[in-house]
Design a protein around this ligand. Sequence first.
Ligand SMILES: Cc1ncc(C[n+]2csc(CCOP(=O)(O)OP(=O)(O)O)c2C)c(N)n1
Ligand SMILES: CC(=O)[C@@H](O)[C@H](O)COP(=O)(O)O
Ligand SMILES: [Mg+2]
Length: 645
Amino acid sequence: MGLLESIRGPRDLKALSPEQLTVLAGEIREFLVDSVSRTGGHLGPNLGVVELTLALHRVFDSPHDKILWDTGHQSYVHKIVTGRHDFAKLRQEGGLSGYPSQAESEHDVIENSHASTVLSYADGFAKAFQVRGLDDRHVVAVIGDGALTGGMAWEALNNIAAAKDRPVVIVVNDNERSYAPTVGGLANHLATLRTTRGYERFLDWGKGVLGRTPVVGQPVYDILHGAKKGLKDFVAPQGLFEDLGLKYIGPVDGHDAEQMEQALRKAKGFGGPVIVHALTQKGRGYDPARNDEADQFHAVNPIHPETGLPIAKASGASWTSVFADEMVKVGAERDDVVGITAAMLIPVGLHKFAAAYPDRTFDVGIAEQHAVTSAAGLALGGLHPVFAVYATFLNRAFDQVLMDCALHKCGVTFVLDRAGVTGFDGPSHNGMWDMSILQVVPGLRLAAPRDAAQVRAQLREALDVDDAPTVVRFAKGTVGPEVPAVGRIGGMDVLRRTGPERNGGGEGGDVLIVSVGTMAEAGIEIAERLADQGIVSTVVDPRWVKPVDPELPKLAARHRLVVTLEDNSRIGGVGSAIAQAMRDAGVDVPLRDFGIPPEFLDHATPGSILSRIGLNAQDISLQVVGEVARLAADTPPGETAKPVS
Ligand SMILES: Cc1ncc(C[n+]2csc(CCOP(=O)(O)OP(=O)(O)O)c2C)c(N)n1
Ligand SMILES: CC(=O)[C@@H](O)[C@H](O)COP(=O)(O)O
Ligand SMILES: [Mg+2]
């Protein structure tokens, strides 16, 4: 790839001729398909922003000018033209992040891969430049049509439009899709703007022809321009953006580097808030992506580059598919159950329910806050909504869960997919905070199923609660083997006892291991390892981790040590809640809580993250053996360390 090799920074783009830019764009697409088909990643979105990114870096001077990307999954081309060509370990330990990364480059600003934030950052930058008198630099925000459906984007637009003298260049990257086609009134408005493309071309043609005959040309051009404006307003009212006080430039062909550059130079010189509406295609130039109905290769696992077909076949059912299938069954039994997604119908597993019950499925766009409060409205209206969302994306709707759902005792069920360490997508995608932040929501009940059978059972149990919000959270990827219960204490499943039966129910021993959700297998393995050391333990799965089962403190009192395991932040998680419940019950037994440390976890494979943070059976067993030994050592002389029974 001759030309691409020579691009070591944005400066190398500035001298290229239009012909060279076309060649370079082709080489970049070839590079993206070749590389991302090997590693997996956001192939479709990045194929769609090749010319747009080249134009941005030719018109603006990053890092002096700030080029900001919303969500950041479409920043591979930006990385390539800012000197990062080694994509061999994309999204893996030690490799490039799949999103902008300040540690990687001075050209990167926003690392957060949560959508709809870029305009707020841009508003902040513009205000900072103005207050500091830095009028020699620009801020450019690239936002997708999907991200533009997020509420924050409109809060920011309201502020950006307020100051006519505060330059902000907004590039709307309109490929008509989030994963699926973008929904809502905004999407329809963007569509009407797109239809005026013909008028732009007509007007440009007119300007060219008429411009050569100035005497006649100008008045005729003015008439034409007036006609275009009137026609546009008639056919495609520009009102939305212009009525807000934003200059609107477009629609522009986002794959025509020259047209993009022209529009960006116009925007750069405007001196106030301006929108450049770029029309692009997700997966541009790669037929397998263009022809992909589902999401045009929004995010792929490794694929065969020639065909786009996945290299690895899924090794079993995913957590998502178990939920998807059960939702269809529930839909047939209960016509009050409705589904809600925030622009991720297939990724969260509501597509089958939607196919069966289209009138009972609502895609609200990338608008989780709206989704939650709309769900509260649906519940108050007599239905039982199921909002399926990635755990990390519910973070932004915490107040809506607390005040709009729980305060009103709304029977809304939240199904949190991608809970726990997800790894590849970096620090803002791990579902590691839900079991902490939701602990403080009065009345909310939270379940963490350990296997497919429990997903089905706990989903149904959640749907039976109509006077409080309920949460069912599970991990990314393939669901593990069934983990059968060997007994039940209160609402908790006993998964393993390694000592002789005591007190009839096998209650009591040295260590009580409380494994949450997918930590069940680790809990059982830890019990076996402890047994090898002569340490007797009981493993329980609380199933519903909030509220803490009233039997748990009593069971804890019959052990010398309690160990809790959760794929959630250690801070304020299930372990903390159990410790509090034990204190409240006057049970003074030491507790060791194992979870995710309170840090942002850099991108890597989930396995390597879990082993680095020590959230695995081997490391935990070693610590527990040491703890038990310390406890035994504390036993007064003459007394043998024995379980409290
Ligand atoms: C708050 C939030 N919700 C959901 C997502 C998941 N997500 C990642 S990209 C994407 C679609 C973005 O669409 P758009 O902004 O149009 O960008 P495109 O991929 O089309 O370039 C979604 C829903 C997210 N990153 N953040
Ligand atoms: C950028 C984004 O938020 C999603 O596209 C994310 O990559 C989800 O990844 P998975 O669906 O593969 O978990
Ligand atoms: Mg889009």
